[in-house]
Design a protein. Structure first.
Length: 342
C-alpha cells in the first residue's frame, strides 16, 4: 500500500485512478495513485465503496457507469474493475500465509461510451495484473505511466488504423470479414498491434459458430492468394493479395467520413454496425436458402440477394461451410455458386 497521493494531471487528459481494497468487512479504500483533484477522488472512492458493499464487483470483469464528480464535466463515464496481483494470488492459492491484496482501477472518460471498449479495457487490466509490482520504483516507472496511457493504448487503436489506411481500409474490412490471414511487415510495434486489434474487433468471432470460423480460416488459407500482406516500409502502407467488395467499400466511406470528428467512440460504433449488418445479411441468406430447398422462386431470390448485397463472395463461403453437412442446402449453395460465376 502506498500513502503517496497521485498528483492531479492538470492537462485535461482522461483521468485514471487506482485504489487498494484490503479484505476487511467494511471495504475501506486506501488511495494508491490518481490524477483526480482531491474532492473528486473522495467522491469516486465513495462510489466504489458502495459498489463493493453491494458485491457488485467481480474479479477481472469491468463495469461501466455514469458518476457525478466535482470536476468541470460533472458527470463522466467510469470504467471500474477489481483485481488481485497475479503472483501473490498464486502464492495464496498454493497455501502460503500471504493474503493477496485487492485493487480497484477506475478509468474516467467523457461518457458511458467506454462500455463499447469494455473488453479492451478488461484485457488492459489483465496485463496490469500480471506486471503489477508495488515497489516504489516500479510504481513510479511502470505502473503509473501504464495507468495514465489507458486511453491512448486501449481506446485509440481503431482510430489510428482508420487515419493510417484511409480508403485502403476496405482491404482490412474484407480480410476481417472473410477470415483471411494478414501478415504485417516492416511496421512499428504499435502499428502492428493496432492492426491486429482492428482485425480482431472487425471479425465476426463470437458471432458465428466456432466450428464455422475454424473451417473458414482453413478454407481461406488454402485459397491461392493465401494471406494478405501489408508492407509498411514506405510512407503509405502497400497491400499485396488484397481483396475487396462493394459492402466493404461502402463501410470504408463511413469510417473515412467519420474521421473528420476524430472521435474514437464513433469509430467503434461504426465497426459494431458493420458487423451487425454482416450478421443480418448472413441470417437473411440462410433463411432464403431454407426456402429455396423447396421453392425455385426462393432460389432466384437468393441469387438476387447475393448479387445486390455487396458481399455475396464472402456470404456464399460462410454458408457453404455452415451447410457442408446438409445435402439439400448444399445443393442450393452449389447452384448459387454456378449462377454467381456466370
Amino acid at each position: 500500500r502506498s500513502s503517496q497521493q497521485g498528483a492531479d494531471s492538470g492537462d485535461g487528459s482522461p483521468s485514471s485512478a487506482a485504489a487498494e481494497t484490503p479484505s476487511s468487512e467494511d471495504f475501506s479504500l486506501s488511495l494508491l495513485d490518481t490524477n483526480l483533484p482531491a474532492e473528486a477522488e473522495t467522491e469516486l472512492r465513495s462510489f466504489i465503496a458502495k459498489r463493493l458493499t453491494k458485491g457488485a464487483l467481480f474479479e477481472g470483469m469491468g463495469n461501466v457507469a455514469t458518476v457525478g464528480l466535482s470536476i468541470p464535466e460533472s458527470k463522466v463515464g467510469c470504467y471500474y474493475c477489481r483485481f488481485q496481483q497475479e503472483n501473490l494470488l498464486e502464492m495464496a492459492t498454493l497455501g502460503s500465509d500471504i493474503s493477496a491484496p485487492e485493487y480497484v482501477v477506475c478509468f474516467l472518460g467523457g461518457s458511458e461510451k467506454e462500455d463499447t471498449f469494455r473488453l479492451e479495457l478488461d484485457k488492459y487490466i489483465q496485463s496490469l495484473k500480471i506486471n503489477l509490482d508495488l515497489e516504489q520504483k516500479k510504481l513510479e516507472t511502470c505502473v503509473n505511466p501504464y495507468l495514465r496511457s489507458w486511453f491512448e493504448n486501449a481506446i485509440c487503436p481503431i482510430q489510428r488504423v482508420v487515419q493510417l489506411f484511409q480508403e485502403k481500409l476496405t482491404f482490412l474490412l474484407h480480410a476481417a470479414l472473410s477470415y483471411t490471414p494478414v501478415e504485417v511487415k516492416n511496421a512499428e510495434e504499435r502499428t502492428e498491434k493496432d492492426i491486429s486489434r482492428f482485425l480482431a474487433a472487425a471479425s465476426l468471432q463470437g458471432l458465428v459458430q466456432e466450428g464455422t470460423m475454424t473451417s473458414l480460416c482453413i478454407a481461406m488459407t488454402e485459397e491461392q492468394h493465401k494471406s494478405m500482406i501489408i508492407d509498411c516500409s514506405g510512407p503509405q502502407p502497400q497491400f499485396h493479395n488484397a481483396g475487396s467488395n462493394r459492402f466493404c467499400e461502402d463501410w470504408m466511406h463511413a469510417f473515412v467520413n467519420g474521421a473528420e470528428g476524430g472521435n474514437p467512440f464513433l469509430f467503434r460504433q461504426i465497426l459494431e454496425n458493420f458487423k451487425l449488418k454482416a450478421i443480418q445479411d448472413i441470417n437473411n441468406l440462410k433463411r432464403f436458402i431454407r426456402q429455396a430447398e423447396m421453392n425455385h422462386y426462393a432460389l432466384f431470390k437468393c441469387y438476387l440477394f447475393l448479387k445486390n448485397c455487396g458481399s455475396g463472395d464472402i456470404l456464399l463461403k460462410i454458408v457453404k461451410v455452415e451447410h457442408a453437412e446438409m445435402p439439400e442446402a448444399r445443393n442450393v449453395v452449389t447452384v448459387l455458386e454456378e449462377f454467381m460465376r456466370e
